[in-house]
Write a protein that binds this ligand. Sequence first.
Ligand code: MG
Length: 109
Amino acid sequence: MSNDELPDDWPGQVQRELRRFAEARDWPRYHTPRNLILALVGEVGELAELYQWDPPEPPPMDRVAEEVADVLIYLLRFADVAGVDVAESVAAKIARNEQRFPPIEDRPA
Ligand SMILES: [Mg+2]
């Protein structure tokens, strides 16, 4: 599926899949907002570790992609448990940033 084919509610679709995955394993009892945030921070640390101390070679892309997936999965799962509508909150934030940070061509000289 290319980016052009992604449905507007792709975060919701992924969240429903993650919820189904967790429920099939009786994991929701562990998926408190606190536990999910701590897991998310751990995964961000794993991603950051790949770039720690400015390595001479870029880290392997398969490792980067795996950690990006871990971070996004825990963030989406946290938002689901916490009741955050990801598509709506991201769209609102982008709209606010459009107002706060005008494009260069719209700035007074
Ligand atoms: Mg990881």
